[in-house]
Design a protein around this ligand. Structure first.
Ligand code: AHR
Length: 665
């Protein structure tokens, strides 16, 4: 048997102290299929993930519907807020009138989300709904201004729109900017048109987008952030949360019907992350629903992945409303019809023909063909009480109707907010009893949880006949080290070998949360960080990406000394899994070394005569607490090398603190 020594340059420098172990992959013995949905995205509007994040709108409170109607705006001159506007569900607008003297000005200035940021040579689309209520004509001058500028002028770019007539109309102007700046504002002046006197003008839904959005869409997403999602090659996309699905009270739950149709008429919703943590309080954090269910489905289509919407089960957040009998906090079980109808209508919106009510709404929005929804989750972090099956009673009501009317959909329940303990133990068997297709598990846990052997073998002992697992929210939260350091990502990578080893049980997994604005976060760690101009992929992002791109098709048994490799006490900090690759004749092996020493390994592929080539992708740093930042976004990133090999065994060394993916042909 020929052996070829495969040693990465980076690896060659590491001291090798440990004895060489042999890992055996049984290529002839195909295990469970790896589901296409195995690795995906969890999206929630937390940390300014939607407004101020992925959703590329730059104007905050564009419809004047925040409870303080001028929040985010400075008003000058003669400005009145009125409430009989053209959009029924967003009735407020602003009336601008003559300031009383030719040298005085009337207008508005918007602060954006942590500023209005522009890029040199990029173009921007300004839109406004406007009218002259008494007839006549007016002009609105629009400027991007840098108030902190010490230059001759604060004005960095400008354009104008000419408003005419008593009817509300949408006006558009596009302009280009010649400076890259983070912190500016958008200023609007009311001016006279030609030689006329200044005419009173009403303005509503004032909006500014870069023209270069993802896919060039007008109501578009930030291109860089959407690209980062696309680069994950996700198999499934869960939306819109998270806790925001439930609401602090029923009125503030996420209502998907409010998030579709023309953007101007999508009503504002509160965002609980505005006040959930008093120590990270953001009084101007609301949900405009500009990124709504249509846009979510569209993104799934762009990424070629399954959509996984989550809907309210009629329980508002149980953390915030702990008494199940509290009046008004939860929908009584005999009054759930409206909520169940919402679920039925959602299936119609996604899949119904264009002559159905909700299928027509989808078609009117520009998508006559169905989106192809196959999964629906009911409830987020819900649970039962000892004497009150608050969640499962409601879930049963949903499932009785939904499974009958839509047996083609897979329904996802939940085991609540914990990965163990009484709530989890109570719910897990009930998911089987109720015949949920999958259930959602959440585990934000410290390093000690991820290194605990019980958890590394978590899925090995799961019921093979029960519902499948959707690890819907998880991340390693270092105690006192709650940021995206490398060690957290490495422990996640090690844990994920257990997903693959148990691919017959684990069908979906989504790291959470996804996004965070550096100036507006409430929760960390998160997968992708950004400010208004830049974006950074964390080490956890790269772990997710490597798993997703190299998820393969079927699990292959992998052993070391006859045992699965899950960083057991005699396994030198190694965890590993193997899958058949995406292409014929390809085997993919993932090995994680969480130990402090480099590990020499012989990897033998049983059932293969002659290997041709090995591609090795390594994510590694010596400093376990190092992280990527916006200033150094590529400090820790996967490095790739290719090597010719022969025979059925190759030798390699996996450095301490490393995650390696071997793609063998
Ligand atoms: O991901 C942040 C929050 O964590 C989610 O909203 C919730 O489901 C969980 O508690």
């Amino acid at each position: 048997m020929k052996k070829f020594l495969l040693v990465c340059c980076a690896i060659a420098t590491c001291g090798i102290h440990a004895a060489t172990n042999e890992m055996v992959v049984n290529v002839g013995k195909t295990g469970a299929p790896i589901q296409k949905t195995m690795y995906g995205i969890f999206f929630e509007d937390i940390n300014y993930a939607a407004d101020g994040g992925l959703y590329a709108e730059m104007v905050k409170n564009r419809s004047f519907e925040f409870p303080q109607h001028l929040m985010g705006w400075k008003a000058f001159g003669k400005v009145e807020v009125k409430d009989d506007g053209p959009f029924e569900r967003n009735p407020h607008y602003v009336r601008l009138s003559y300031a009383g003297h030719k040298d005085k000005h009337t207008g508005l200035e918007n602060e954006g989300f942590f500023g209005i940021a522009t890029k040199k040579d990029a173009s921007y689309r300004f839109t406004v709904w406007a009218r002259c209520p008494e007839g006549g004509k007016s002009r609105i001058v629009v400027q991007v201004v840098d108030n902190a500028s010490i230059g001759e002028s604060q004005v960095m770019a400008s354009c104008k729109v000419d408003v005419e007539g008593k009817e509300w109309k949408k006006y558009t102007a596009t302009f280009t900017v010649n400076a890259t700046k983070q912190k500016q504002s958008l200023r609007l002046f009311l001016r006279r048109s030609g030689k006329n006197a200044i005419t009173t003008t009403d303005v509503e839904h004032i909006s500014l987008f870069p023209t270069d959005t993802w896919m060039g869409r007008e109501n578009g997403m930030r291109r860089d952030l959407a690209q980062a999602l696309s680069d994950l090659q996700p198999g499934v996309f869960r939306f819109p949360g998270g806790c925001i699905v439930e609401g602090t009270d029923l009125a503030t739950r996420y209502q998907w019907k409010n998030s579709v149709g023309p953007v101007e008429n999508r009503p504002l919703n509160e965002n609980r992350w505005h006040y959930t943590f008093e120590h990270r309080f953001f009084p101007d954090y609301y949900q405009s629903y500009g990124l709504g269910f249509f846009e979510f489905f569209q993104l799934c289509e762009d990424f070629g992945c399954e959509a996984l919407p989550v809907i309210s089960c009629g329980l508002s957040c149980q953390f915030q409303n702990p008494d199940p009998k509290q009046k008004g906090a939860h929908v009584p079980t005999d009054s759930l019809d409206e909520y169940i109808q919402d679920a039925l209508d959602l299936i119609e919106f996604a899949n119904g023909s264009t002559d159905t009510k909700w299928g027509k709404v989808r078609a009117d929005m520009g998508h006559p063909s169905p989106f192809g929804l196959h999964y629906l989750a009911i409830g987020n972090e819900q649970w039962d009480y000892k004497d009150n099956p608050a969640f499962t009673e409601r879930l049963k009501r949903f499932l009785d109707v939904l499974k009958k009317q839509h047996p083609e959909i897979k329904y996802i329940g939940t085991t609540g907010p914990d990965s163990e303990g009484s709530r989890f133990e109570m719910l897990q068997p009930k998911m089987k009893e109720l015949k949920a297709d999958l259930y959602d598990e959440h585990f934000y846990r410290p390093e000690s949880w991820f290194t605990d052997s019980l958890n590394r073998h978590r899925y090995d002992s799961y019921d093979r006949k029960g519902p499948k697992v959707f690890a819907g929210e998880y991340a390693c939260h270092g105690k006192g080290k709650k940021w995206n350091h490398f060690n957290a990502a490495l422990l996640e990578a090690a844990f994920m070998t257990g997903f693959e080893r148990n691919a017959d049980v684990v069908h979906m997994a989504t790291y959470a949360p996804l996004f965070a604005h550096t100036e507006g976060w409430q929760w960390r760690p998160d997968m992708i960080w950004y400010d208004n101009l830049r974006m950074m992929r964390t080490c956890s992002y790269y772990v997710q990406q490597l798993y997703s791109i190299y998820k393969g098709t079927y699990f292959l048994p992998l052993t070391m000394n006859g045992k699965a490799v899950a960083s057991d006490s005699d396994q030198n900090g190694l965890s590993a899994s193997a899958v058949k690759g995406n292409e014929k004749g390809e085997v993919i092996i993932k090995v994680v070394n969480t130990g402090k020493e480099a590990q020499p390994l012989n990897i033998r592929l049983k059932g293969i005569k002659n290997l041709k080539q090995a591609k090795v992708i390594t994510l590694h740093t010596d400093d376990a607490l190092a992280e990527n930042t916006l200033d150094a976004p590529d400090k820790i990133a996967p490095k790739e090398m290719t090597q010719e090999v022969s025979g059925n065994t190759f030798a390699t060394t996996i450095p301490a603190n490393a995650f390696c993916v071997y793609i063998l042909k």
